[in-house]
Every structure is written in C-alpha cells, then in structure tokens.
Design a binder for this molecule. Structure first.
Ligand code: GUN
Ligand code: FE
Length: 455
C-alpha cells in the first residue's frame, strides 16, 4: 500500500508572489488521504528518480500528457448563485434600478426549492467546468434554498462558502422579497449557520456558512449589529458589498456620515474572515482599515464596468497590503469564468493607467502606476483568493489542498497557438491565461477528489 493516495507528475504553474509565478517543471506531487499536498519533489531532488521508479505505473500515479499543465483551482470570491438564471441579460440600467427591475423579482423565485435545485446544480457544475474550485456565494433570503446550495456544493465536491442573504429594511426592499424583520433575519441566519456547520462535519473539502448582509442600504441598524455579533459568536466568514457605485457609496454617507468601511467596522463586520465585494470608492483611510483588520477585497472587474461607475485602483490597494482576490459577481458580471475576469482585470487596469478620454493630453488622462500584469491577475484568481478566505488553497505547494485544474493546450481541433518546440513556459502560461476555454480544462480536482472530467 502506498503512503500516498495519489501521485501526480507534470508541470505546474503557481504564484510565487503577486508578480512572479513558480514554474514547477516535471515535478512530482504527493497527495495524502486528506487531499493535502504532503510532499513535492523537483527533478533535482535526491529521491526523485527512486520515487519515480517506485510509483510509476501504479494505479494512483497520474502523469500529464505532453501539452498538459496543472494550475491551482480558481477561487471565486463573489457569486450571486440565484442570478445565474439571468446571466448575460439585464445589463442595461444602473445598480439601484437593476436590483429592483430584474434582480429582486428573480431572487424571490428561490422560495421554490425545485427551481433553486435546477439552477444551483447547473451553476455549480458550470463553475467547476470553468476551473473554479472554491466559491464564496450569496444565495437568497430563503433559509432552505440557501442550505440547498450548500448541500449541492457538498455533493458535487466544490468548496462552497454560502451566505443566506439578509435584507430586512422595508424602506429599501420590496415587500415580496425581504426578511420579515431584523429579528427574523437574525434567527434565520443563526439557524442557517448551525445547519451548515452540521453539514460540514461530513464534507471533505469543507462547506462554510457566511454572514451576509446584502449591503448597508438593504439592512437596518439592528440587523447589521446582530449579524456582527453572530459572526463573532460562531467565528464565521462575512461578506457584503462595499462602496460599489456612486449611488451605493453616497447612500451610506448620507445615512451614517461615514464611508461603508467605517460603518461596517462599527457593526463588527470587518475582520480576517471578511470579504467585501467591489470597494471601488475606498479612500486611503478606508484602505488602511481594511489592511489593519485583515478585511479582503473581492475585485469584480467585469461587473464594475457595468455598475461601479469607475475602475478600482487595485494596484494601489495591493501596495497597502490588503488581501485581494477576484470575483465574477454573477450576474452583474455575465461570465462564470475567472479567466475572463483575470483578463478584464488586466484590461481595466491598463485603461485606468492610460485614461480613456482622448480629448485630454496624455499626461492628464490616466492614473500612473495602475497596470496589472496577467501574472498579477492570476495571483488574484488563486493565491490572493486563498489568502482572502484565510484557507490553505490557491497554491500548488506543500500543505495546501490539492485543488487543481488540468489544462490541455493540445485539445484536438482547439490547440493553443504554440508552434515552436520548447517554447518558454512563461509564454505558454500567458497563452493559457488568455486563451483557455472550458473545453481545454480536462480535469478539475478539489481536496484530492476528481470533481470534473472531460476525458
Ligand atoms: N449591491 C447589492 N446587491 C447587489 C447585487 O446583487 N449585485 C451587485 N453587483 N451589487 C449589489
Ligand atoms: Fe454582487
């Protein structure tokens, strides 16, 4: 009997730092029964040849074919699961109108568990097929449907962090779709937390309850305060939207005479396990509050192009030491792919740096030093997401979970444009990031279990 559950052999890309990737060429990866990478051996390792000889040919030994690579599974820090049903539509009006015209009517339908099951199963399958192994989800206000989403993640092998959404303010939310009142919202949230913690006892890859005030405008003070207390009581993750758009940011300033960051902090909602979506309008003081409390930013570049009225200065916030990851923000971002969002993070940052109004002289047009490289965007989609959630994921490294996607650059009929022998692996990495489609993602593993396969 082998000491390891699986042994993999091949070339992997994993972040060394935001700017630099490690290229692990022809390494051996040893995965234990808990799905953790217990040992890694490079070809120079003194035992490499003997390990290879010992394990090669065994049933639990997997060697990548020529043209295939391991990447860490992606960490999507912001998905509205119910909105999958309207992805690719409803992108024509500003945030407040979008919520009331399209989104709240759709989300209200998840009182129907049969509808929820249909959409949520398809979404989890789709995200896995796109290489996403961990997801921080907003569900809906409905306790049962939210729990169903956690169960579907558990069954399909995805690491799901799931929030029952709280939106109790009768002024801001329609009668047909909100919590009855703050007390009910808090009681439902507590029951939800306990139910997910119970479910988690039997789930190898982990499922986690998340305290989820939708955003400040949707919640009463009583609910916000109570949610901060519940998060502390049960040591849960916390998620919300923060300073997303001109309207949302100024609403909070009018209500509390302060920015979202300070208001969320006052309610006990910022901390190591907090992840705030968007954060486009953080000022330096807010950013320092994020860094000092360990609060992470979920950067959703495609969504921001539609709803955030601005490009967030990610480079500046990275320099301040804030944990940052990427989110699709389905359905404000229409795609389930973090590859698409990594590319958009690069593009948006380049437009921020250069500026967009060609009537202005070049030196007045943009914000200097704003550009992100594709390597940095990859970091956000992987290691940055893991750090944001304070989980050992997002890197192909010892003591991290074996959460990987196996991409094939030589899929018949869809080969990537690699035409020279021994092309530099860093160039191949960039082609992977820019050109991979779900058809190239041959296998996806979470915590040492194969959860998706095209072979
Ligand atoms: N702010 C409050 N709710 C939402 C939502 O569902 N999507 C986005 N992008 N912003 C929000
Ligand atoms: Fe969102």
């Amino acid at each position: 009997m082998s000491k390891y559950t699986y042994i993999f052999h091949g070339t992997a890309f994993s972040s060394h730092s935001p700017k630099k990737i490690n290229i692990l060429k022809d390494y051996l990866f040893f995965v234990n029964s808990n799905g953790i990478i217990e040992k890694i051996a490079d070809p120079e390792h003194e035992d490499y040849q003997s390990l290879l000889a010992a394990y090669e040919g065994q049933e639990n030994f997997h060697r990548l074919a020529d043209g295939q690579y391991f990447l860490p599974g992606f960490v999507d820090l912001h998905v509205h699961a119910p909105q999958w049903a309207q992805s690719g539509t409803a992108l024509d009006i500003p945030l407040y109108d979008w919520l009331h015209t399209y989104t709240f009517p759709l989300e209200s339908k998840y009182a129907d568990l049969a509808f929820a099951k249909k959409v949520y199963e398809d979404l989890v399958n789709t995200l896995l097929a796109n290489g996403t192994t961990t997801v921080l989800y907003f569900a809906t206000v409905h306790k049962q449907a939210s729990l169903l989403l956690a169960k579907i993640c558990a069954e399909k092998g995805q690491r799901g962090l799931v929030g029952k959404v709280v939106m109790d303010d009768p002024e801001q939310n329609p009668d047909y779709y909100r919590d009855a009142d703050a007390k009910t919202a808090l009681a439902d949230t507590e029951e939800f937390i306990l139910a997910v913690k119970e479910l988690a006892k039997t789930v190898k890859q982990g499922v986690y309850p998340v305290v989820t005030p939708r955003f400040i405008p949707s919640c009463s003070d009583e609910a916000l305060k109570g949610l901060g207390e519940l998060a502390a009581k049960y040591d849960t993750h916390i998620q919300s939207h923060c300073s997303e758009s001109d309207w949302a940011h100024s609403y909070v300033q009018e209500r509390f005479s302060k920015h979202d960051a300070a208001a969320l902090h006052d309610f006990g909602l910022l901390g190591e396990k907090s992840v705030m979506a968007h954060c486009n309008f953080l000022d330096d003081h807010d950013a320092e509050l994020f860094a000092s409390t360990g609060t992470a930013i979920s950067h959703c570049p495609l969504s921001n192009a539609y709803f955030a009225n601005s490009v967030i200065p990610i480079k500046r916030f990275m320099a301040k030491g804030i944990d940052i990851g990427l989110g699709t923000d389905i359905s404000a971002g229409a795609t389930p792919s973090l590859y698409d969002n990594a590319k958009q993070a690069v593009v948006s940052s380049r437009m921020l740096e250069d500026g967009v109004n060609s009537a202005l002289p070049a030196e007045e047009r943009g914000v200097p030093d704003s550009r992100l490289s594709i390597h940095e965007a990859f970091y956000l989609a992987t290691a940055g997401g893991g750090e944001s959630l304070s989980l050992p994921i997002g890197r192909i490294q010892e003591n991290y979970a074996w959460d990987v996607q196996i991409v094939d650059t030589k899929v018949p009929g869809a080969s990537l444009p690699i035409f020279t022998e021994n092309e530099a692996l860093d160039d191949i990495f960039q082609k992977v990031m820019y050109l991979i489609r779900p058809e190239h993602i041959r296998e996806v593993w979470v915590q040492g279990e194969k959860v998706h396969s095209r072979s």
